[in-house]
Design a protein around this ligand. Sequence first.
Ligand code: NDP
Length: 287
Amino acid sequence: MAYKLLDGKDLARRMKEAMKLEIRSMAEEGIVPGLAVVIVGNDPASRIYVNNKKKDCEEVGIRSFEYALPEETSEDQLLGLIDALNQDPAIDGILVQLPIPKHLDEAKVIRRIRHDKDVDAFHPYNTGELMIGRPVFAPCTPAGVMELLKDAGIEVAGKNCVVVGRSNIVGKPMSMLMLHANATVTVCHSKTKDLKEVCRQADILIVAIGKADFITGDYVREGAVVIDVGMNRREDGKLTGDVDFESVSKKASAITPVPGGVGPMTRAMLLKNTIKACNMHKKNKLS
Ligand code: NDP
């Protein structure tokens, strides 16, 4: 079966072009969106993510502010920084790059971010608003998947959607967004029985488990749409998803590549959330 490649890289590029124009017209009113990126410690993967986020901001015209704190930063110091950023009118979005070192309480740190600056949408306020179907900010990865489906003209309403993975940042919010888009949603996890059989019921299969090439063609119904959120490093250093592209693409009607699928969409949605936050703060920024 010929499949359609869901090209997140291309859609992210188009979204960034539109955002550039939007930011240019905001600048004419004297408004510049600002994103604070906080990184604690020396995790090399986190460093790459933070650098990418800064680069994306620069590309579209968002001002980014990096706060690189040492590994031994105390919780009070980190919370103090967040309090200051919460007050700062130049900052519209605050992102604390996860994971943070173990001696810091991640839940407490996330709760400290003002919810109207929580562009990652991990604060329980935003999680709650998402749950009741009125998201202010939606978490970037699931929101990016929704954009990708919409752009490709893939109908969600009435479809059987199976989400594999139930993390707070991907699986759970993903299932909520699909539910609000009127899909019939099944959420799977490591204790799910007969995963293969459940996946085969999916019209839309979304996989976020963190296991390289785990979902093979025999998990997929002929003609299904397959979204691969996974980002895993192979031994040779190459990036690979949770879906075995080779066998699954033979059955899918549409599929995301890794890299170039969901990853670039996640990055684009962070920019979109920051612009949204800026528009919410417009009055304060001008006064
Ligand atoms: P987590 O480790 O937090 O969650 C993994 C989920 O997968 C858990 O719910 C777990 O079940 C489930 N799971 C693990 N193994 C199996 C299995 N064999 N069968 C069924 N379910 C299983 O991961 P994340 O949600 O944070 O990330 C998932 C993947 O997505 C990773 O590869 C990550 O790198 C990637 N990612 C990509 C992003 C992007 O921009 N493209 C952004 C964020 C993440 P249980 O709850 O029972 O343990």
